[in-house]
Design a protein around this ligand. Structure first.
Ligand code: ZN
Length: 52
């Protein structure tokens, strides 16, 4: 593999951030690839999910 491993890691983190958005209700970051998280945060009354 060529390329700087630090740069490569930064790219991965950027990609990860692209898939996450803060919940408008509880402020927790939602992974938009995780349906379970999406549906949980759509509930009118909910608590932030426990950290992974
Ligand atoms: Zn939420």
């Amino acid at each position: 593999m060529d390329g700087d491993p630090i740069t490569f890691r930064a790219l991965l983190e950027e990609d990860e951030a692209e898939h996450r958005a803060p919940c408008t209700r509880c402020g927790q970051l939602i992974d938009r690839r995780e349906l379970v998280e999406i549906f949980h945060h759509r509930l009118p009354e909910h608590q932030p999910l426990p950290a992974h």
